[in-house]
Design a protein around this ligand. Structure first.
Ligand SMILES: [Zn+2]
Length: 497
């Protein structure tokens, strides 16, 4: 099931705002205390935590709707669970998770869910954050008006047409001085015929893409028009690495500027990055927002039409494995800042929503082998350009995406690549393994396209975009361009061929 959260600003009176502030602070302290206890004692079972804490907090906050106490404990259990899992994997180093803010969860009994979903155009909700009766029975309803926007209506329309459902949990969250209701829509995944096969590979500053359009009649082998059977290759500029180094410079400047204010009598400095002032200034930079925007842009681009999307199998922590042998601090930092996982997740999510399927292939030798001759590629003094011993240059990223496409056709890949690598292979194992995700006729088509590509003599020219002259060192990916529009793309292809 696909989930989409939509935040809608609330229009509330000063009184209700005040009330929500106090509810939020009670809720937050429950979450914090329970999280700390759960992590220290390694107890993350919701039932156990409820048993331990429910009556304690009912007494401590007699006015709080008991539903909110239950939800706060649940939320704490989840945070603790995630934290402990990440800790076991060595991904966090702090002793406890820091819970800075929370969204208050209202279950269907604590807000007017039933009423809300019956409405054709809902513009207000009733929430019950506090209880009125003795021992917490009976609760007081507060009317809150919404400021719905286009995105909310788009999802609401889907609810009306049956393409989505509204989840019964409502989140109320404060950001700055404003309050928001967060509605969660559960979308039903679309089923569509794939129109193309898209292979993509994430790099520090670009995403390399190869696209093979599928004709409407993939089955009729005879009608495949050779002329159109050429994979389209392009790169989408993301500049994550560049963004990271720019922000790092700005952050360093902030540190230098703040330092004098935090000098100790001994002449040393307090670690400025722990100060509130530093955090405040860094927040203003909105680095994360810009990154998220770019991630969404790429995901949108890759899933425009329903497609079979092929990408590399990423490990648990792809950054770590990439920086293992990189000594330079700055480059390590930039790679760490490349949101591989986030990008993959965004693509997967959008793919599901739009009826595409995602398929992962191993990263084994993706950019080590010439996708045309299956020979081992040699390094040149330009990081992006590799040399094939048959006598042409190949762009590293394009080699990688094309080799991924080859891998969806197991037979040719194993035969072609491992044969030339003089590697002992158990052919059987690979030949008999039918690819369960991609239909056989499409696999045949991909194979045919890639073979045409292989046969074309001009292809090597397309593959080598970078000049093999750049001094090595920093991976310069500046030649990347934004994805071509339809006509431009065909023009560009023609001119390079
Ligand atoms: Zn070659």
């Amino acid at each position: 099931m696909l989930r989409r959260a939509v935040a809608v600003e609330l229009e509330i009176s000063k009184d209700i705002s005040k009330l929500l502030y106090s509810v939020e602070s009670a809720y937050l302290s429950i979450v914090r205390e329970v999280v700390t206890y759960a992590v220290v004692s390694n107890i993350t079972s919701v039932t156990q935590l409820q048993r331990l804490f429910y009556s304690k907090y009912r007494q401590e906050y007699p006015n709080l709707n008991s539903q909110l106490v239950i939800q706060a404990i649940r939320q704490a259990a989840q945070i603790a669970k995630t934290f402990l899992r990440r800790k076991r994997k060595g991904l966090v180093h702090k002793p406890y998770p820091e819970v800075r803010s929370v969204s208050i969860r209202f279950t269907e009994i604590a807000w007017s869910y039933e009423q809300f979903i019956k409405s054709i155009a809902p513009v207000r909700v009733w929430i019950s954050p506090i209880s009125t009766g003795k021992r917490g029975r009976g609760s007081k309803r507060f009317e809150v008006w919404l400021r719905p926007h286009k995105r909310f209506w788009q999802y609401w329309w889907k609810v009306l047409t049956g393409e989505a459902e509204l989840a019964s949990i409502l989140l109320i969250k404060r950001k700055g001085g404003k309050w928001y209701a967060i509605f969660i829509f559960e979308l039903k995944p679309k089923k569509e015929e794939p129109k193309s096969i898209v292979t993509f590979d994430i790099n520090e500053n670009t995403v390399a893409v190869s696209k093979i359009d599928l004709p409407t009649t993939v089955d009729k082998v005879a009608s495949w028009n050779r002329q159109y059977m050429v994979p389209e290759l392009y790169t989408i500029k993301t500049d994550f690495g560049r963004l990271a180094s720019r922000y790092e410079k700005v952050r360093n400047a902030i540190i230098e500027k703040l330092k004098p204010g935090f000098a100790l009598p001994s002449g040393k400095y307090v670690n400025v990055t722990n100060t509130r002032e530093y955090r405040k200034q860094v927040r203003k930079l909105r680095e994360k927002d810009r990154k998220v925007g770019r991630v969404r842009h790429v995901a949108n681009e890759l899933t425009k039409t329903p497609a079979i999307i092929v990408t590399e199998e990423l490990g648990e922590n792809p950054q770590e494995s990439m920086i293992e042998d990189i000594m330079k601090d700055e480059l390590r930092h930039r790679i760490k800042q490349t949101p591989f996982k986030a990008l993959e997740k965004a693509v997967e999510d959008k793919a599901l929503e739009r009826g595409s399927k995602i398929f992962r292939v191993s990263s084994y030798r993706n950019s080590r082998v010439c996708p045309i001759h299956f020979t081992r590629l040699e390094e040149t003094n330009d990081w992006h350009t590799l040399y094939c011993s048959v006598g042409h240059y190949v762009n590293r990223d394009y080699a990688s995406v094309l080799n991924m496409a080859w891998k969806t056709t197991p037979r040719s890949w194993t035969k072609g690549v491992w044969w030339n690598m003089k590697r002992e292979m158990n052919w059987r194992e690979y030949e008999d393994k039918h690819n369960p995700v991609i239909p056989q006729n499409i696999v045949q088509y991909i194979h045919a396209v890639l073979k045409t590509f292989k046969a074309s003599e001009q292809c090597p020219a397309v593959l080598a975009r970078g000049k093999p002259m750049n001094p090595a060192g920093r991976a310069d990916e500046g030649w990347a361009r934004s994805p071509p529009k339809k006509e431009e793309a065909s023009k560009a292809l023609k001119s390079t061929y």
